[in-house]
Design a binder for this molecule. Sequence first.
Ligand code: GLY
Length: 458
Amino acid sequence: MFDKSVYVNRRKQLIDKMSGGLVLILGNEEAPANYPSNTYKFRQDSSFLYFFGLNMPGFAGLMDVDSGDVCLYGNDVDMDDIIWMGPQPSVKDLAASVGVTCSAPFGKLAGVLKEAISHGRKIHFLPPYRYHNMLLLEDLLGIKNYSSLELIKAVVALRSVKEACEIEQINLACNIGYEMHVAAMKHALPGQKEQYIAGLIEGIAASYGSMVSFPVILSQNGETLHNHDHSKTLTVGRMMLTDAGAENNMNYCSDFTRTVPVGGRFDQRQKDVYNIVLACNNKAMEIARPGVTYQYVHLEVCKILAQGLKDLGLMKGDVNAAVAAGAHALFMPHGLGHMMGLDVHDMEDLGQIYVGYDDETRPIDQFGTSSLRMGRKLQPGFVVTDEPGCYFIPALIDQWREQGLHKEFLVYDKIETYKDFGGIRLEDDILITENGCKCMGDHRAPITVEEVENTING
Ligand code: GLY
């Protein structure tokens, strides 16, 4: 946990941003896996962590915007709990540890809210994403589906700009991610099972007391963007794409992707495409800075991709026109990146449109670019992923060719010869600084052809 002053300050800032009423922030409950007492690893709600810091189930925080009062609701353990779980701090002590002086049993919350509603006061809450909390909100407030846009916008404004203590935590998560990716590379050998490597790197994340920040994506069929099928045995001539990150003990995330040749040597065709994707990744880091929109960075990166593919004879015509038309999306049908913090897709539960866009920057409704999660103007303290890719997806190639899509920009006969290629994605996590950006983690995971080959062979 951070020092209690961090949480006091965050709550004060939130209250200052709100016009009135009560702000209810629900923590998460345990989620049963296959029977009630066999639960998934507990994951606290990120906004509850942000404002109340307590990483345990059974709590809700209430802030009175008009009086400034804050109260923590939760139940003290009983003897039965102590027998099974050991001694536990009281709710009062837990509240004090995050600078809250009022605490009450969870059962009191409903009455307090009903009383406020009877006086016409507004209860602000964030969009629930777990069924338990959807039902709880219905019970507590007698309503469904009415989260507060005012609260969403205030929370997004605060959580988007990472504090120094948060940047330190993200950096620690990135260092775990570095170790996971180097380990994956060292095992990218013919005959190795994908499942073994996926498990190995998940274990590295868990061994630091944390877990993976999302289910590991690892496959020699990297053309499937989020491939969770780890059933294959690695074979020479393929590349292994690993998209994985860690959540550290404070629940801050990392998210990296590396693509490496099985056996440790890229062939010329792989090297050519790999270096285009690397140039895309580097281009984003070169131009991302405060005041520039990430939508602009995405489109500039797409131009590097299109130019590289034109140089290889896979695309043709004017590169700017090709990107404006969306022809490059055959190879990169996703966005350049997303925000990252307490969630790997930070605050996605609050609504991507509020996290990644604003009145000034609106999403572009075009295949590929429409998947860009983060488009708005960058500010110092934002942490975003930089994850360009180039994929040869046989079904998509067939569909576009059949429909004659973008024939003026795509050299379909040549593209056909890459249908056995797979896909490459290279992802780093970047912090927007006062004048530009920096790659997070103490070391950038091996990324040049030489670094990757040396890591696997060394
Ligand atoms: N790196 C996985 C994702 O962004 O969804």
